[in-house]
Design a protein. Structure first.
Lengths: 638, 302
């Protein structure tokens, strides 16, 4: 396995390093950077291949090699030979199991380029890791075991690579040493892969026969496969086009991350250019506001620039004092991106808890974070075949297509045209976890064509006419906790005080507005959304709205709170312990639920998330309904 | 239109700047951990570029074990002044009171001064995001750590429960009490760091360059006798050797290499032709065997 600097064209730089380090540094400084991922099934030899690339580019040092030899003898899968896979399988748990379970990043350099490799797992349940690794890659190496050919997982990874939009694909047929370096085996695998790839829209890939174990066709062409006339793996990696170069040819866009204002004389907009080229004097438009200006300076600590290109992080100054803040996009004036609030998107689900259609999540795209809801998927995608399947939600590692609605218009581009302005993540509002990743396809309608109808009689005028401050008293609590009883009393008291109010009761709403809905989590959320919208309209009309719904989920109560002006949403927690509510069982529902006759019953087989900081909390074990109603009215009118 | 291919250093720099700006925009109270080493030097330089013409809008935090090399303290004070940033120095008062030192207390020294000291400082000032200069190429468990790495309220790390990081989108949301360690240099290699220092003429501690220094050899490590607190064993006599350091920590725990590389290009040359890895000189990586760093990280070590 010794390297020979004289015959190995890639690593002849050793001599240069030894003889003229300044010359080497001058040359190294000019190298570009390629990011790629490796994917393949378990045992296709991914980690071995990466270990080989590191070893061949001298990223493995003697101490690591000594540790590796010792470990190879202890747990290695390659007998007495050095097991390169042990180098890259990082975490202790994985080393024991002998599998890679997360994304690991590795680094190596050749004479022409620097490389970052994302090592992504081949397990079915780890789609999310592969998508993560693929999202920043210029190229994908798809590994196939020459003895096994194209497998289900090969197809899965190819579908994901295609969906993430990686521009370059290499089919590396590995373990050629185990099939006697036979050309017919290689040709057969390439032909069968081409059939499949064409079907999913991959029009171009480069196939290379390799042996990661022996190093054949990795850095140099192997004499053992004289029939192969293409490039070596490294040779190919050194010459393919890099994404940021391609992005330079697109119209200019930069999301503003931060407004730099050290003093009154300087206002700069800091961001990383996602596409195009920009020069002082270029006309730009700031979106979604739509105001135009001209670039006056491109500021860096190393001096002002005459030009900046896709991939660079810069600070831009504009000639005019126009509104521009974090999340806005500065774009070429003549070719601006779209602004919209409803989209079709592909979504990869990454959390154990399934997607809940209708629930509000944070959506982050570029430097903008907005509240967004996802409708029930149009379909799920079978990642082995790209076939469409019917689906009501998306489970962990599922991929589907759905409509997404944001609460504010956002600047975007289709993902296929611009990864930065088309890729987004979804964040759970309570756990703060990243639960999904998405790729925007197109806008369902353009927000600029939908305007809020300006109304001459304002909500303030409605409220003044009624001589009151509108509010929503949002009762929440278990079934049988006393919500409706207390809410009724509150309304009677308000009525006797000449206040204008209206009570929205759970059971009544379900007979009309929500009669199409059941009691699954998704339907409960949609029910609360509808009630929230109705309550808001009534509050706009100046009313004091009282609602009495179990509303078991914190996220939906927070969603309604967010719809209302600050201070107008008053959460009233009717706190009755489950045992107490069940003992009362006014409607006999708990008995039915316990008998299994009622499904998804809150407190029994569906969770109730109590408010953490309600405006009013009523403990019904110590307070009678009359007393509670008095307290609520006092707090409301204070 | 002719394209201009960005070099690897330009792309790495742009990515690091992007990360720092995201943190500033989304964090409540960020801080930059400054350990005075070469990675800290690069991180500080990039922070200055990211927010120019403003000075970096967060303080520097040095968790001081009181056992660093004298040259490090000198450079620390100079760089803080030059960057216009506030410098916060924290030393664990409990470790001071108990007289914890690298000679008598072994791993406890690192644990109390460094790990506990860091937690104390973050809690004391209420920092919710801390920048660190760690790189993925340093060590196997680092290779799998995210750029935004979450810590529980008790500063623990759960490698099985990391948030996916897609494209250049970072989710900086967290519950009260939780904090984030952010590693803007995650994708840099040791060579990138040196080359960037070379190109940008960034001041670094002179100990990285070879000079005759008083040393003793113990357990296969060459240690420098940096001040008179160094306890010599009976019969041990400091020997003048031409040495330099590849990493810098507490001087009684940091192994030197014998070298004649007195300039930065020579250091890079030696590094490229050398055959041992960077962390080999660090005694702390070796206690506890192979998974040592991973265990330290789970306990709250940076």
């Amino acid at each position: 396995m010794a390297r020979d600097a004289d015959t190995d064209p890639v690593y002849q730089t050793d001599a240069l390093i030894a003889e003229d380090i300044e010359a080497y540094l001058a040359q190294h400084q000019q190298k570009s950077l390629l990011r790629f991922i490796t994917c393949g099934s378990v045992d296709d030899g991914k980690s071995t291949l990466i270990g080989r690339l590191l070893y061949d580019s001298k990223k493995i040092f003697e101490d690591q090699l000594a540790a590796l030899e010792a470990e190879s003898n202890r747990v290695g899968a390659q007998g007495q030979a050095i097991d390169f896979a042990l180098l890259v399988d990082g975490l202790a748990a994985e080393r024991e199991q002998g599998i890679t379970i997360d994304v690991a990043y590795r680094f190596f350099t050749t004479e022409k380029r620097q490389f970052i490799v994302a090592d992504t797992p081949g397990h079915e349940q780890y789609t999310r890791n592969m998508v993560t690794g693929a999202s920043t890659a210029d190229l994908a190496v798809i590994l196939v075991d020459a003895r096994k050919g194209v497998l289900t997982q090969t197809r899965r990874h190819s579908c994901l690579v295609r969906m993430i939009g990686i521009r370059h694909i290499v089919l590396a047929v590995n373990k050629m040493d185990l099939v006697d370096h036979d050309q017919t085996v290689f040709d057969g695998i390439v032909a069968s892969y081409r059939d499949f790839a064409t079907g999913i829209g991959i029009t171009d890939f480069v196939a290379i026969p390799v042996s990661g174990f022996n190093g054949d066709n990795i850095t140099a062409l192997s004499p053992r496969m004289p029939w192969y006339r293409g490039p070596s793996l490294v040779g190919h990696l050194e010459t393919v086009a890099i994404d940021t170069d391609v992005d330079q040819g697109l119209p200019f866009r930069m999301a503003v991350q931060w407004v730099n204002r050290p003093n009154l004389d300087f206002r700069g907009f800091a961001g990383q250019i996602s596409s195009g080229i920009i020069r002082p004097g270029d006309a730009v438009r700031v979106l979604p506001g739509g105001k135009s200006s001209v670039i006056s300076r491109i500021v860096t600590m190393d001096g002002d620039l005459d030009e900046a290109v896709a991939g660079q992080s810069v600070t831009l100054c504009l000639a005019d004092e126009i509104d521009c803040s974090r999340g806005d996009v500065i774009a070429a004036a003549g070719d601006p991106p779209q602004v919209a609030d409803q989209f079709e998107a592909s979504i990869v689900w990454m959390a154990d808890e399934a997607l809940i259609p209708g629930r509000a999540y944070w959506l982050k795209l570029g430097a903008r974070t907005v509240s967004a809801t996802v409708r029930a998927p149009k379909y799920e995608i079978n990642v082995n075949t790209l076939e469409h399947l019917a689906a009501r939600t998306l489970e962990l590692n599922a991929i589907g297509v759905a409509e997404v609605t944001t609460d504010k218009p956002i600047v975007f581009e289709p993902y296929a045209a611009n990864r930065t302005l088309g890729g987004f993540i979804l964040i759970d509002k309570l756990t703060h976890a990243t639960v999904g990743a998405g790729m925007l396809h197109f806008a369902l309608r353009r927000a600029q064509n939908v305007h809020w109808q300006a109304i001459d009689v304002t909500r303030e005028m409605h409220a003044r006419a009624k001589n009151q401050t509108p509010a929503v008293l949002w009762f929440t609590g278990l079934s049988g906790s006393g919500k409706s009883t207390i809410a009724n009393l509150v309304e009677k008291k308000l009525f006797s005080m000449d206040r204008h109010s209206f009570l929205l009761d759970g059971d009544n709403i379900r007979h009309g507005l929500s009669k199409d809905l059941g009691f699954t989590a998704a339907d409960r959320i949609e029910n609360i959304r509808r009630v929230g919208e109705v309550a808001r309209l009534m509050a706009d009309a100046g009313l004091i709205v009282i609602t009495a719904f179990i509303s078991p989920f914190r996220a939906e109560r927070e969603m309604v709170r967010a719809m209302m002006p600050a201070g107008e949403f008053i959460e009233v927690f009717i706190d009755t312990p489950l045992a107490e509510a069940e003992a009362r069982d006014v409607k006999g529902l708990y008995r039915k639920a316990r008998a299994g006759e009622l499904k998804n019953f809150t407190g029994i087989d569906s969770p109730y998330e109590p408010p953490e900081t309600p405006e009013i909390r009523i403990d019904t074990t110590v307070m009678a309904p009359e007393e509670a109603a008095d307290l609520i009215v006092r707090r409301l009118l204070k | 239109m002719a394209t201009r291919t960005l070099t690897h250093l330009e792309r790495l720099e742009a990515e690091s700047i992007h990360i720092m700006r995201e943190v500033l925009a989304e964090a409540e109270r960020p801080v930059m951990l400054y350990s005075v080493g070469k990675d800290s030097a690069v991180m500080l330089q990039i922070a200055r570029k990211a927010f120019y013409p403003s000075p970096p809008p967060f303080p520097l935090l040095h968790v001081d074990t009181t056992w660093k090399f004298r040259d490090m303290y000198a450079l620390r004070d100079r760089m803080a002044a030059e960057s216009g940033m506030d410098l916060i120095v924290h030393s664990n008062p409990e470790a001071a009171a108990r007289g914890i030192n690298p000679f008598d207390h072994g791993p406890l020294h690192t644990d109390l001064w460094k790990t506990e000291g860091l937690k104390q400082a973050l809690d004391k000032y209420g920092f919710d995001v801390a920048f660190g200069g760690a790189r993925r190429d340093e060590e196997k468990s680092r290779a799998k750590e995210r750029i935004f790495s979450f810590r529980t309220a008790s500063h623990g790390w759960d490698p099985k429960n990391q948030r996916p990081e897609l494209w250049n989108l970072f989710n900086a949301r967290k519950a009260r009490g939780e904090s984030i360690r952010v590693f803007p240099l995650s994708n840099w290699t040791e060579l990138d760091i040196w080359q960037y220092i070379h190109l940008n003429d960034i001041p670094v501690v002179p100990l990285y360059f070879s000079a005759p220094r008083p040393t003793v050899e113990r357990d296969g490590l060459i240690l420098m006798v940096d001040d008179d607190r160094f306890r010599l064993e009976p019969g041990e006599e400091p020997v003048l050797r031409s040495i330099r350091f590849r990493t810098l920590g507490c001087y009684p725990l940091t192994g030197a290499v014998e070298s004649l590389a007195g300039t930065l290009p020579e250091v890079i040359q030696e590094m490229l032709l050398t055959t041992t890895s960077e962390r080999f000189g660090r005694a702390i990586d070796r206690d506890g065997g192979d998974a040592s760093m991973e265990q330290k990280k789970q306990a709250g070590y940076f």
